[in-house]
Design a protein around this ligand. Structure first.
Ligand code: NAD
Ligand code: TDX
Length: 340
């Protein structure tokens, strides 16, 4: 039986990946290492906990001693690193923890993978490392050759991690891959992010804070399609390569917010334009040709279908997110939005 380490598996995408792997492989042990920051939630992994092929370990990827002892104990065949500070607005407010977790944490994992048998390592990165594209050039897309050109402390930290991953490939021959994905959405999305925040506010008839003029474009990918892509890269991806993952599902923020309101049957008068995010990236758009041609990956879920499924999930799982937004999150929301 092979064993995979999934770091950050108590967060949004990591937990979806844990479930994807447990469902797809009956002969795979999945070990999740997560420090349970504000974004990590054991509730999310409740069903996985009942699976004998799953183990949860609470621990920090920056804690070298703890990471090494876990690697010594488990003999991993694969490492997939999702663990990160992931919210751009928080990185603008307090960058330091982003550098610590996203860069130094990645380095600890790379060292561990190197030390304990040159383990196959996959880094979950983001399209934000490419910076942004102008709105008046719809012909432009991010390819794997697009230069790194970051905007926020978050994206700078993710780009730094990517550079380290590639350095470990070239210098030490560590078998690595990197995926750079566009905006995900779906079940277990933390309510600080655009789509779940708008769903929660709309249901409470609270105003929906759209930054700037709402014309910024994101390329939305249903989270399960992202999980499938990572799984394919682990199976058949070429080591030392970067793969872009995106769905050609470009929408302005305003379009997304209006779609959420329409599905919920709520009024557009809830929309409130607020102060823009500093350094706000205009447009992200992925060219997924490489992963499609090399690995046969394509996104199965259209935005129309995915957003319906997502809203339905949030309606059916209110206790999951109400628990979050009624806790520490109250202070975060007040800090981020009260003076906007
Ligand atoms: P998330 O914030 O929902 O979850 C992050 C998880 O990592 C949490 O469970 C948290 O407890 C854990 N974590 C944070 N710091 C840790 C540490 N020091 N040690 C161990 N665990 C730690 O994030 P997400 O949206 O699921 O993103 C997962 C990964 O995917 C990140 O690397 C992110 O950069 C990348 N990504 C996200 C998106 C997106 O749209 N959400 C898009 C592209 C790439
Ligand atoms: O209240 C809001 N109002 C608003 O207009 C929030 C939270 C966001 N926005 C805008 C900012 C962005 O243009 O919506 C867009 C999406 O914002 P986020 O959900 O914060 O995502 P983004 O900044 O695009 O980054 C996401 O995708 C890339 C993830 O959070 C990153 O982890 C990932 O790397």
């Amino acid at each position: 039986m092979k064993t995979i380490l999934v770091t950050g598996g108590a967060g949004f995408i990591g937990s979806n990946f844990v479930y994807y792997e447990l469902k797809k492989y009956k002969d795979l042990r999945v070990v999740c290492l997560d420090s349970l920051t504000y974004a990590g939630n054991l509730e999310t992994l409740k069903e996985a906990m009942a699976n004998p092929n799953f183990r949860f370990v609470k621990g920090d990827i920056t804690d070298r001693k703890a990471v090494y002892s876990l690697f010594e104990e488990e003999k991993f065949d694969f490492v997939v690193n999702f663990a990160a500070e992931s919210h751009v607005d928080r990185s603008i407010d307090e960058p330091e923890v982003f550098l610590k977790t996203n860069i130094l944490g990645t380095q600890v994992l790379l060292d561990a993978a190197k030390k304990f048998g040159n383990i196959r390592y996959h880094q979950v990165s983001t399209d934000e490392v490419y910076g942004d594209l102008p709105l008046n050039r719809p012909d432009l897309f991010f390819t794997e050759e697009t230069p790194i050109h970051t905007s926020s402390p978050y994206s700078a930290s993710k780009a730094s991690a990517d550079l380290l991953v590639m350095a470990y490939y070239r210098t030490y021959g560590l078998p690595v891959t990197i995926s750079r994905c566009s905006n995900n959405y779906g079940p277990y999305h933390f309510p600080e992010k655009l789509i779940p925040l708008m769903i929660a506010n709309a249901l409470a008839e609270k105003s929906l804070p759209v930054y700037g003029d709402g014309k910024n474009v994101r390329d939305w990918l249903y989270v399960e399609d992202h999980c499938k892509a990572i799984d394919m890269i682990l199976e058949n991806g070429r080591v030392g390569e970067v793969y872009n993952i995106g769905g050609h599902n470009e929408k302005t923020n305003l379009e997304v917010v209006k779609t959420v309101l329409r599905i919920l049957g709520k009024s557009e008068s809830l929309i409130s334009f607020v102060k823009d995010r500093p350094g706000h990236d205009m447009r992200y758009a992925i060219d997924p040709t490489k992963i499609r041609n090399e690995l046969g990956w394509y996104p199965e879920t259209s935005f129309d279908e995915g957003i319906e499924k997502t809203v339905k999930w949030f309606l059916e799982n209110k206790p999951w997110w109400e628990n979050i937004i009624n806790g520490e999150y109250v202070k975060y929301y007040e800090k981020m939005y009260s003076k906007r």
